[in-house]
Design a protein around this ligand. Structure first.
Ligand code: ATP
Length: 473
């Protein structure tokens, strides 16, 4: 397992992720995607978009971030979208009470104190109100990770929605919220999409977009940020089919992560013991980050809670009329809700590798390789003239310009060829194309494969078709 710091420093050095507003000292919980990061992010979203919407019965949507404030009353966010917050009086540090307890449990497990860890875990599942969190923290003498002291304030609720105002007057009537999830944009458009796309239940609506949560603590790089993207799909079904559909979507989503190159042993399901107010079943897909397993996607059986709530608050019918069976019902919903930036962070951790090499003279070396699948790799191929003379740069430029019409390609002339290969390995480029003396006389190139480091010699004519074939795999 590699350290998170190794991934963060590579991400910065290579232009995957920068701290937001870095020159001003940064803004907590906000990150910027650099030139390679944005390519990776786009490829990741594209893979999800194709997977979810290139089907008969799932339609796409791009709803606005600001919504009518009644939306959040109906969904329960105004009242219930809060986390339990606790402060340490000595260090003045602020924590999410549930996370503080969970981290303490993890530490106990690492120290092989399984019985005590299990006991606290059981208490945590039973929590009903803030006082229960407080009692666990006091009874088990959970210390502040910063000061080590146990002088805690009581536990209070903190609403995670960011507030702002529409128009010039900042009063109660002009308050709006930055959406804390993309799902509600889907629910309020349920009828619009169904009718315009002439869909029948069962069908789904998929959306990728920004969401904002004023998290009490942001940490672990992109894992918990205040601004992030979600990729969510709500699947509308006939009541009674939720158990079967929940299992179906859980497996579909796990399969997607596996196909994307996530290592099977680093993925697992975690069933929710405690359910949100809208759910009758929920499970997370978790990935093993350097700091332990953490959620990357939630699959939720949301019943008819959201559509019924919007029906009540808006006064507009959210029923589905099945004309064949002469039935009317408010559909149930199975939701798949994944984080884009959190998923990309998981991908960086999953694909980072340090490979030990020994050359023919027995000299040891380590090469850093990002083992992205071809579809996700930010740069698909790099083109190198072996030396900057004898017609090589001219032919290399021609090849580069031609490939650039179809893929993201890089051109590199600087340093020894071995160094150029390594530079591409570090960012996961699957193919390196070298133009050497033979290329000029014979019109051929070498194609070096990132993982095997093997080289094929190909005619320039066949190069594009060869890349197309391999990049689509
Ligand atoms: P948690 O309990 O960890 O706060 P959650 O269960 O509230 O998270 P969901 O509401 O189910 O999370 O969100 C769905 C997905 O959105 C998560 O699986 C995660 O990938 C992503 N996500 C949620 N909150 C954040 C965040 N603050 N930063 C980055 N991604 C997030």
């Amino acid at each position: 397992m590699f350290k998170l710091d190794t991934i963060i420093s590579l991400a910065k050095r290579k232009g995957f992720v920068f701290q937001s507003s870095e020159i001003y000292g940064g803004l907590n919980g906000c990150w910027d995607f650099g030139p390679l990061g944005v390519e990776l992010l786009r490829n990741y979203k594209e893979a999800w978009w194709k997977e979810m919407t290139y089907r008969d019965n799932i339609e796409g949507l791009d709803a606005s971030i600001l919504m009518h404030p009644r939306t959040w009353e109906a969904s329960g966010h105004t009242k219930q979208f809060s986390d339990p917050m606790i402060d340490n009086k000595t260090s003045k540090s602020r924590h999410r009470a549930d996370n503080l307890i969970e981290e303490f449990i993890e530490k106990l497990k690492n120290k092989k104190k399984e019985a005590l860890a299990l006991e606290i875990e059981t208490e945590l599942i039973k929590v009903q109100k803030n006082e229960d969190y407080y009692n666990i923290i006091m009874n088990y003498e959970i210390p502040d990770p910063i000061s080590g002291t146990k002088d805690w304030t009581e536990v209070r609720n903190f609403n995670l929605m960011f507030k702002t105002f529409v128009g010039p007057i900042e009063d109660e009537s002009s308050i709006v919220f930055l959406r804390p999830e993309t799902a509600q944009g889907i629910f309020v458009n349920f009828k619009n999409v169904m009718e315009s796309a002439r869909q029948k239940v069962p069908f789904g609506i998929a959306q990728i977009g920004k969401a904002f949560r004023n998290e009490i603590n942001t940490k672990n790089f992109l894992f918990r940020t205040r601004e992030f993207e979600q990729m969510e799909m709500q699947y509308f079904i006939k009541p009674g089919n939720e158990v079967e559909q929940f299992e179906y979507w859980k497996n579909e989503r796990m399969r997607w992560y596996e196909n994307l190159g996530f290592k099977k042993e680093k993925l697992k399901f975690k069933k929710h013991e405690k359910l949100a107010h809208y759910a009758d079943n929920a499970a997370d897909i978790e990935f093993e980050f350097p700091f332990g397993f953490g959620e990357i996607e939630g699959i939720h059986s949301r019943t008819d809670f959201d559509l019924k709530a919007h029906q009540e608050f808006s006064g507009k019918k959210m029923e589905y009329v099945d004309t064949v069976n002469q039935e009317r019902f408010v559909p149930y919903v199975i939701e798949t809700s994944g984080g884009v930036s959190r998923g990309v962070m998981a991908l960086l951790c999953n694909c980072y590798d340090e490979e030990k090499l020994v050359d023919e003279n027995g000299k040891e070396d380590t090469r850093v390789v990002m083992r992205f699948t071809n579809a996700l790799a930010p740069i698909k191929a790099a083109v190198f003239p072996l030396v900057n003379k004898d017609g090589m740069p001219e032919l290399a430029t021609l090849i580069y310009k031609d490939l650039q019409k179809s893929f993201k390609v890089e051109y590199d002339t600087s340093g020894a060829i071995g160094r150029r290969y390594r530079r591409q390995d570090e960012v996961g480029t699957p193919f390196c194309i070298t133009i050497d003396g033979e290329s000029v006389s014979e019109n051929t190139v070498t194609v070096r494969h990132r993982d095997s480091m093997k080289q094929d010699r190909l005619s320039v004519e066949n190069l594009k078709a060869y890349l197309f074939e391999h990049l689509n795999k």
